[in-house]
Design a protein around this ligand. Structure first.
Ligand code: SPD
Length: 282
C-alpha cells in the first residue's frame, strides 16, 4: 500500500477509530510518537502515542467548547494559562478576546508545537506571532507549583488522555495547585474525556473537581473523531452559583467568530448529562 492511502487507527479497547490518508510526518520525540496524516474529510490530523488529538477541519468542536463557556463568563480577563494545547487551537480561541493581556501556553513537548506550526497551519493561524502569547516548554505540573497565588483569570487544561506524561494533569494535587493560582473570580476548565469511551476516568475527574472547587459544571457535546464521538469539558470556580453565565462584553464578536459554539449550544451541552451518569453523581 502506498503512503497516500493508508489507514491509521486509534485502537480503543475493542474498537478502532481510523482515518485514511497520506502519512506526511512521523517522529518519536523525547516524549511520544507524533503522526500527521493528511486526510480528505478531516484535513491534516495529529495523533500522539496512538490517540487522535485534533485535525484542522474538526478541531473547532473541541477548542471552542473548552474556551468560550469559561471566557464569556468572566468580565475582565487579563492572564490566562493553558496547560498542553501545543496545536495552538485553545490559544487561538483565547486570543480572540481583545482584553486579554497574556496567555501562558505550557507544553511539555516542543515537537508538538513545531509539527503544529508546520502541518496544522490552519489551527494556530496567526497566533504564533501574537505578542500576548508566551510559550513555555516545560511540565505543566511543575509550572503550576511555581506560580504565585491568584495569578490567573482562567486556566485551561488541554491535555492528552491519561498516560505516563499526562497522568499528573488528572491528579488531585494538580487541581489543588490550579485552584491556588486562580483568582477568586477566575474559572478553571479542563477537557474531561468521554463519558462513554473513558467513563471511569471521566467520573474520576468530575468527582475530584467537585470536591476541590465550590462550584462545577460539565458540558457534553461531540468531537467527531474521538472514540464514541461524545466528549466532555468540566468547568469550575470558587465563585458562588451562576459562575457559567454571560458577563464578558465581547460575546457578540465571539459568537460571530465561532463555527460551533454559541450560547444555546452551550446551554444544551450543560444539560446533556446522560441519566446513567446523573445517577453516578447523586
Ligand atoms: N482522545 C483525545 C483527547 C485529546 C484531548 N486534547 C486534544 C488536544 C487538542 N488541542
Amino acid at each position: 500500500m502506498s503512503d497516500k492511502n493508508i489507514w491509521v487507527d486509534e485502537v480503543h479497547m475493542n474498537s478502532r477509530y481510523g482515518l485514511r490518508g497520506k502519512l506526511i510526518a512521523r517522529k518519536k520525540s523525547a516524549f511520544q510518537e507524533i503522526i500527521i496524516l493528511e486526510t480528505e474529510d478531516f484535513g491534516n490530523a495529529l495523533m500522539l502515542d496512538g490517540c487522535w488529538m485534533t485535525s484542522d477541519k474538526e478541531e473547532k468542536y473541541y477548542h471552542e467548547c473548552l474556551v468560550h463557556p469559561a471566557l464569556t463568563s468572566i468580565k475582565e480577563i487579563k492572564n490566562i494559562l493553558i496547560i498542553g494545547g501545543g496545536d495552538g487551537g485553545t490559544a487561538r480561541e483565547c486570543l480572540k478576546y481583545k482584553g486579554v493581556l497574556q496567555v501562558d501556553l505550557v507544553e511539555i513537548d516542543r515537537e508538538v508545537i513545531n509539527y503544529s506550526k508546520k502541518y496544522l497551519t490552519k489551527i494556530g493561524g496567526r497566533i504564533w506571532n501574537d505578542k500576548r502569547l508566551r510559550i513555555n516548554i516545560c511540565d505543566g505540573f511543575e509550572w503550576v507549583k511555581n506560580i504565585k497565588e491568584n495569578h490567573y483569570d482562567a486556566i485551561f487544561i488541554d491535555c492528552s488522555d491519561p498516560s505516563d506524561i499526562a497522568n499528573g494533569l488528572f491528579s488531585i494535587e494538580f487541581y489543588k495547585q490550579c485552584k491556588r493560582i486562580i483568582n477568586e473570580n477566575g474559572i478553571f476548565a479542563t477537557q474531561s474525556e468521554s463519558p462513554e469511551s473513558f467513563k471511569e476516568i471521566h467520573i474520576k475527574i468530575k468527582k475530584s473537581i467537585t470536591n476541590i472547587f465550590k462550584v462545577s459544571s460539565t458540558m457534553y457535546s461531540f468531537v467527531p473523531f474521538y472514540p464514541s464521538g461524545i466528549w466532555s469539558w468540566t468547568f469550575a470556580s470558587d465563585k458562588e452559583e451562576n459562575f457559567l453565565s454571560p458577563k464578558n462584553n465581547e460575546i457578540e464578536n465571539i459568537h460571530k467568530s465561532c463555527e460551533i459554539w454559541n450560547l444555546d449550544y452551550q446551554e444544551g451541552g450543560l444539560k446533556m448529562m446522560p441519566n446513567k451518569l446523573v445517577k453516578e453523581f447523586t
